[in-house]
Design a protein around this ligand. Sequence first.
Ligand code: GLN
Length: 547
Amino acid sequence: MKKEHEYNGKTKFIVVTGGVISGLGKGVAAASIGALLSNRLKVIPVKCDGYLNTDPGTMNPTEHGEVYVLDDGGEVDMDFGHYERFLNVVARSDWSLTMGKVFKLILEKERRGDFLGHTVQFIPHVTNVIKEHFYEVANSENADVLLIEIGGTVGDLENQFFIEAARQLSHDVGSENCMFVHLTYVPIPSGVKEQKSKPTQMSVRELNERGIYPDIIIARCEEFLKPHIKEKIGLFCNLPASHVISGVDVKHVYECPLVYDKEGVPEILLKKLRIYAPPKLDRWSRLVDTMNRNDVSPRKVLTVAIGGKYTRLEDSYASIVESLNHVSAHLDVHVEIRWIDTEKLEKHPEEVEKDMQGIDAVIVPGGFGTRGIEGKIVLIQYVREHKIPFLGICYGMQLAVVEFARHVCGMAEAGTMETEADSHVKDPVIAYLPGQDKIREMGASMRLGGHDVLISKGSLAERVYGATEIRERFRHRYEVNPEYVERLEKGGIIFSGKAKNENIMQILELADHPFFMACQFHPELKSSLLKPAPLFLGLLKAVDERG
Ligand code: GLN
């Protein structure tokens, strides 16, 4: 049978698996290993997930965390946020491989007649599809390193074909071109108060049963591993103690590459894969130091309120929290985040005064639906009138327009078509994007991914970005209604960013305010430690400069 994609003879593969328990931060661990190499090599991450959705776009964010949107419009797992932030790459949808996608590919091949005469089997056909996907990504990206993260923990039924494919991969490309990293957990039970290696040994044994012998074990632990624990794990798991790495708890995930560097990971990579790429982490390390110092003795504390629905807020807005962390390192401040429950504000608008005590800046993030939006409007009115620095993101921008229309432009019944199902909207200042009303029932369809934005000369947006043409990422179904733009502008809204080739308002700002900006896109998806998103930086600079 003809193979569609084969090994190019150059790419090195690093496969990251996890064991003992879930939630150990495999994405961060994989991204941190990549960060040690990405300074000189092209490191491309591939995430394998065992679930049957073809992508996580339709999954509930309170269950699965934030939906991360890529430049090519793909909706992927939050881990891609770590990859983009750590590896300085613009990820693509086909770097995410779910079992749903694998089965879809298999069935398409079967219908096309690719397997004629053969019984289609899990092995070799499913595993071949997985391996060919790895080769295809490696080849099309011309990757020096393909960093493959296998979701879940070893032993999970739903991930076993990914693990088997990885075992075969190592055999196909040769062990000098493929290495395995296994992430485990070393608990310190409260009764005995000492580090315990048995769960790691058991998890590695499970991996061994599947024919995989890890080259590096990263053991998560609340403290650095004791030398005798490293020895013991090494002895039972067939590797030198120096290949057992302390995945010690850190305050900020950005510290992980620094820890791995000190623990000797680059040397192991060099020895095993013969890739010489000494990491360059000086700037990164200085920024992490600034964050850590400000956690203990801050030069200044800036308190930022995020107004949203009060359900598992932190995971649903993970990239916003990260963006604020990035800015804190650059401005040498500590950012304190306060969550404001806008559903509560909706019922008790009089509490806004109390909620806003001690708040320096407000962010109203993206969202969907009707619940809590009147609370968000209360909050936006307050910050506009009290001249508190404000950043509205996506739904946050749309609601800023609704608030302005109602209270400044005299359209008391202005609203968004998004709530039309619940009550009639007299002045729909936010309306469907062209074409989106017809696909209302399909749920997953939206304006997605990266688009170019033109910024007006002389605007605050131009000052903040230092550019007049930018690219940002979108995920929305509604927009500022073009029919109302003139009236809104007459009232004083400045639309300082517009879509390059469409008549869609993308950024708004107000003149007589220290910092009132909102955007239709999600700037948090392009922020990184070395390069924080300009709008977040602008927001907190405005606070910092106020004194
Ligand atoms: N619900 C709004 C829309 O679909 C905003 C979406 C968002 O905030 N991501 O346009």
